[in-house]
Ligand binder design. Structure first.
Ligand SMILES: NC(=O)c1ccc[n+]([C@@H]2O[C@H](COP(=O)([O-])OP(=O)(O)OC[C@H]3O[C@@H](n4cnc5c(N)ncnc54)[C@H](O)[C@@H]3O)[C@@H](O)[C@H]2O)c1
Length: 278
C-alpha cells in the first residue's frame, strides 16, 4: 500500500465506526486528517486516537446536511493545511426501521438530507477546491453522457489530483426491506458518484463509492437491538457467515485513493462477504 505522506484527507462522520477506523488507517499511512463530524466529543476522541498513534489530525464541527457548514469546513481545511487531496463522504444515518407505510415524510427528508445531501454538498466543496489544485494543461472538455472522456490520454497515467470515496451500502444496490428511505439514499449516492466521476475524470479527480454489507459499528449495533434474533438473521444473509470489520472497508477505501489505483473511477465496490455474487 502506498503512503499518503503529505496528503490531506477530509473525512465526514469520522467520530465513529467506519469513518473513525478509516481516519486511523489514513493517518497510519501518513495522511493528515480532518475529522468533520457533528458529534464533537466523538470527533475529538478520534483526533486524540490519531495523535496517540503519532499522526496529525484536527477536528472540525460540521453537519453535512448543511451545505454552508461543509463548505466552511473545507475552507478551514485549506486554511490549516493549504490543500485537500482526499474527500471521504462517510457520514450517514440508518434512519427508522419500518415498512414503507410506517415511514413519515420527516423520516424520509431527514435521511435524504444527511445521506444524500451530505455526499452532494461534500463533493461540491471538495471538487471545487481540488480544481484549484489541478495541474495546468489538463483538458476541460465536455463530459456529457456518450462522450467517453476516459478514452482520452489526458487523464490516464497521471497520479490523481484528487480522490473521493463516498460511502454507500449494499442497500444501495439492492432493496432493503424495512429501510426504504435508507436504501433510496444509498442508491442515490451511487448515482452521484458515477455522474461526478464522469464529469471530473478529465480533471484527474477519481471518484468511487464503497458498498459495505453489515459492518461492526454503533449503527449496526443499533439495528441488531431492534429485535431478538436479528443479529443471527443478518449474519445468515452473508455467504461468509459474518459481519464485515470496519478495517476491511477502510482498506478498500485506502486502495481506491492510492496511487496503486490508477484506472478505477465511477465504481461502486461491494464489500459484502460474497452477498451480491448470489
Ligand atoms: N455499519 C454498517 O453495517 C454499514 C453498512 C453499509 C453502509 N454503512 C454506511 O457507512 C457509513 C458510516 O456508518 P457507521 O456504520 O460507521 O455508523 P456510525 O453511526 O458508527 O457512524 C456515523 C457517523 O456519522 C456521524 N454523522 C451522522 N450524521 C451526521 C451529520 N449530519 N453530519 C456529520 N456527521 C454526521 C455520526 O455522528 C457518526 O460519527 C454510513 O454512511 C453508513 O450508512 C454502514
Amino acid at each position: 500500500m502506498s503512503t499518503f505522506t503529505n496528503q490531506i484527507a477530509f473525512i465526514t462522520g469520522a467520530g465513529s465506526g467506519i469513518g473513525r477506523v478509516t481516519a486511523l488507517a489514513f493517518a497510519k499511512a501518513g495522511a493528515s486528517i480532518v475529522v468533520a463530524e457533528i458529534n464533537e466529543s466523538n470527533g475529538r476522541e478520534t483526533v486524540e486516537q490519531i495523535q496517540q498513534q503519532g499522526g496529525n489530525a484536527i477536528f472540525i464541527s460540521c453537519d453535512v446536511a448543511d451545505s454552508e457548514q461543509i463548505e466552511k469546513a473545507v475552507q478551514q481545511t485549506v486554511n490549516v493545511f493549504g490543500r485537500l487531496d482526499i474527500g471521504i463522504n462517510n457520514a450517514g444515518i440508518g434512519g427508522k426501521f419500518g415498512r414503507l407505510l410506517d415511514q413519515t415524510k420527516q423520516d424520509f427528508n431527514q435521511i435524504m438530507a444527511i445521506n444524500v445531501g451530505g455526499v452532494f454538498y461534500g463533493m461540491q466543496a471538495q471538487i471545487r477546491q481540488m480544481l484549484t489544485q489541478k495541474e495546468k494543461g489538463h483538458s476541460t472538455e465536455d463530459h456529457s453522457i456518450g462522450n467517453h472522456p476516459g478514452r482520452s490520454n489526458l487523464a490516464g497515467g497521471h497520479p490523481a489530483q484528487g480522490k473521493i470515496v463516498n460511502v454507500s451500502s449494499i442497500a444501495g444496490v439492492r432493496g432493503m426491506p424495512m429501510g426504504a428511505p435508507y436504501s433510496a439514499s444509498k442508491h442515490a449516492v451511487i448515482g452521484l458518484t458515477k455522474t461526478a466521476a464522469l464529469e471530473y475524470v478529465r480533471h484527474n479527480i477519481r471518484i468511487n463509492a464503497v458498498c459495505p454489507v453489515y459492518t461492526h459499528s454503533p449503527m449496526v449495533d443499533e439495528l441488531i437491538s431492534t429485535a431478538p434474533g436479528m443479529e443471527e438473521r443478518m449474519r445468515r444473509m452473508v455467504p461468509m457467515g459474518r459481519f464485515g470489520q470496519p478495517e476491511e472497508v477502510a482498506q478498500a477505501i485506502l486502495w481506491l485513493c492510492s496511487d496503486e489505483n490508477s484506472f478505477v473511477t465511477g465504481q461502486a465496490i461491494q464489500i459484502d462477504g460474497g452477498l451480491m455474487a448470489g
